[in-house]
Design a protein around this ligand. Structure first.
Ligand code: ADP
Ligand code: MG
Length: 318
């Protein structure tokens, strides 16, 4: 266990100027990115953004057209075999065998990775405990519930104790309860020291789960940072001010004239003000007071990652 985790964090995945073309279609356009050891990294973007293309390159299933990727210092093209031994890949389709039991599946995947029989036993015990599958050890995979199948799919990718676990849209098709359970599982695996790379097109999922996020769009990097950083960059927030008696007509004009007020709408609930950036609230409150309006309540809405995506997508492509 490292005591100075924050300061000693180093990249475990280094993506350097990676492009990928299919014919004359550019699916990835000069992507560079470092992913720090021990983190949960979310690769976020709408369908067709290039998430799977990037994941496939990282997991040695496809080669970059140009650029390089290193995992733990190993080149995914020239050191493919070594890379495969330190990564675990959870594919979208379940990779286990329905007719085998849970334990047999783990034994099979372990032997595939060259794990010794004794280590498979030890690991199986730990993984099944961690993923709450111990009771199902001797059950056929086909008899498991949906949530358990998802966990078994992850378990199979963990049997060789990978440093990095890569999951491509693992929550697609899961109901909300199973999705939450999946997030808990991912956090648990991460807390054991495994770096997690997860792709998703659910903004809320990336927000809740990831330490850092990369938003992709049409093969390009839109923005990268912690969820908080990304939301702060956008800076836009909406505040709803309720006052009495609620006759805001004059105020609306004055407020709308403030530098960072994007819009000011008189709604049924109150005055809805959209701010472009960190407009000090004092100025807004002053205007209310000078208009003899008594503020009853101020509600403030932080931007979501959805806002971040829309903000940057508009900036770049419209
Ligand atoms: P995502 O996973 O973000 O939904 P993908 O990486 O699967 O996106 O795809 C990115 C783009 O590249 C899409 O427009 C897709 O049609 C295209 N693409 C992916 N794989 C291939 C391929 N083997 N041949 C041609 N085009 C591809
Ligand atoms: Mg995909």
């Amino acid at each position: 266990m490292e005591s100075t985790m924050e300061s000693t964090r180093e990249p475990i995945i280094e993506i350097q100027s990676v492009s990928k073309t299919f014919g004359d279609f550019k699916a990835l356009n000069n992507i560079s990115l470092d992913i720090e050891k021990g983190t949960i990294f979310g690769l976020l973007g709408p369908n067709g953004a290039g998430k799977s293309t990037l994941i496939n390159i990282l997991s040695c299933q496809n080669r970059p057209s140009s650029g390089s990727v290193y995992i733990s210092g190993l080149d995914v093209v020239s050191d493919k075999k070594d890379v495969l031994s330190i990564i675990g890949v959870v594919p979208q389709e379940n990779s286990f065998y329905d007719e085998l039991t849970v334990a047999e599946n783990l034994r099979y995947f372990g032997s595939l990775y060259g794990v010794t029989v004794i280590d498979i036993k030890k690991r199986t015990h730990r993984i099944l405990e961690m993923l709450q599958l111990t009771e199902k050890k001797s059950s056929r995979a086909s008899t498991l519930s949906g949530g358990m199948k998802t966990r078994l799919n992850i378990a199979c990718a963990l049997i060789h104790k990978p440093e990095v676990l890569i999951l491509d849209e693992p929550s697609v098709g899961l109901d909300p309860v199973s999705r939450k359970a999946l997030w808990d599982t991912i956090r648990k695996v991460n807390s054991e020291g495994t770096t997690i790379l997860i792709t998703t097109h659910y903004m809320d999922e990336a927000d809740l789960l990831s330490d850092r996020i990369l938003i992709m769009h049409r093969g390009n990097i839109v923005v990268e940072g912690t969820p908080e950083e990304l939301k702060n960059t956008v800076g836009e927030r909406v505040i709803l001010i309720t006052s009495t008696p609620g006759n805001y007509h004059d105020l609306t004009e004055q407020l709308g004239a403030l530098e960072n007020v994007a819009s000011c709408l008189d709604s049924e609930k109150g005055l809805k003000i959209t701010l472009n950036s960190k407009q000090p609230l004092e100025q807004i409150i002053d205007i209310f007071e000078s208009g003899n309006e008594h503020i009853i309540n101020i509600e403030s809405n932080r931007p979501s990652l959805e806002n971040v995506f829309i903000h940057f997508a508009q900036e770049e492509w419209h």
